[in-house]
Design a protein around this ligand. Structure first.
Ligand code: UDP
Ligand code: MG
Length: 315
């Protein structure tokens, strides 16, 4: 059985408008590569015609195409995990279905793999996202990098290449919630990044809002590091020192000068300040407890309704 050199994993959720253009550019780009390849599409419970379009494409190129059909919407990263579990290639490339990253640039990633890198991230040459998104992701990126030590210049860019070893390691992880590029980075021995093209979403709408962008960064920080918890306990120490001093001062004042009359609102201010910090701490604890909750349930990460693949599963 001959294994393909490259596996391209593409999660698909409500992308009926993009898929035609994707096929028209992806397959020629892959055919132009010197090695063999396979493409794995994961239909993440699309509610439009994506599944039917993927099935059609499977019949056009059954030799190099496999389609995994989920039985609901489990999210982009779990879709990629399912693709990884079925990938047979030596190098595994992930790509979005919306053509924001040109499939013609896949060879740039693969060249770096040939040069001995085991993780090739990507940086969008010019971002066509809105300015607030640009700003939001830049600043969150910086905080996240300091906390997790995961270096990703452009975390929004899913077009990346991973070695078989990294994907095998990811396949051994049972995390319910994860962010593939960061997880892969933590297993990489020799990571690098390349600059690739970037286009507007071909059609349809982004599945992510500003809220999900913030969530993603929170998930990254709490999912890949306990620094937020540690920072919080350090903050707790500082605040208790400060309030200890305040109590000592007020006590001394009470004994030396006598009872206070005013100062009610100062007290409010201090109380609200401390309350805010306490609530923030409860929130951070909640993030970690939520993660633990999801992990201990050990529910299946995704359910596969069916797989379209050639009988012998080879080219
Ligand atoms: N996607 C998915 N499941 C989801 C949401 C998105 O499989 O629940 C896929 C989507 O079809 C696309 C990729 O993940 O191929 C990235 O999604 P999108 O383009 O909406 O994200 P953005 O580029 O805006 O970050
Ligand atoms: Mg996109």
């Amino acid at each position: 059985m001959s294994l393909p050199q490259v596996t391209v994993v593409i999660p698909v959720y409500n992308e009926e408008a993009s898929l035609g253009a994707l096929f028209a550019r992806l397959y020629p780009a892959l055919d132009a590569l010197s090695g063999s390849y396979e493409v794995i599409f994961i239909n993440d419970g699309s509610r439009d015609k994506s599944a039917a379009i993927l099935a059609e494409q499977y019949h056009v190129r059954p030799d190099v195409t496999r389609v995994i059909l989920f039985n609901g919407n489990f999210g982009q990263h779990r879709a990629i995990l399912a693709g990884f579990a079925h990938a047979r290639g030596e190098h595994i490339v992930t790509l979005d279905a919306d053509l924001q990253n040109p499939p013609e640039d896949i060879h740039l990633l693969l060249e770096q793999m040939e040069n001995g890198y085991d993780y090739v991230g990507s940086i969008r040459r010019s971002r066509h996202d809105s300015w607030w998104r640009h700003l939001a992701s830049r600043s969150m990126n910086r905080v996240r990098e300091r906390i997790t030590h995961i270096h990703m210049t452009d975390q929004g860019c899913m077009m990346r290449a991973y070695s078989r070893r990294i994907v095998d390691t990811i396949n051994q992880c049972n995390e319910m919630h994860t962010f593939i590029p960061a997880l892969a980075y933590s297993f990489a021995q020799n990571p690098t990044e390349v600059v690739i093209g970037h286009e507007e979403r071909h059609a349809g709408e982004s599945k992510y809002s500003l809220y999900t962008l913030i969530r993603l960064n929170f998930d990254l920080m709490t999912g890949f590091s306990v620094v937020p918890l540690q920072l919080f306990s350090m903050l707790g120490i500082l605040v208790s020192l400060g309030s200890g001093l305040l109590v000592a001062y007020l006590l001394a004042r009470r004994l030396i000068i006598g009872p206070e009359e005013g100062g009610l609102f100062t007290l409010f201010a201090i109380t609200f300040f401390l309350l805010g910090i306490a609530l923030f701490g409860v929130g951070i604890l909640g993030e970690y407890i939520g993660r633990i909750y999801h992990e201990v349930r050990e529910r299946p990460r995704y359910l596969i309704a069916g797989i379209l693949e050639a009988e012998d599963g080879q080219q």
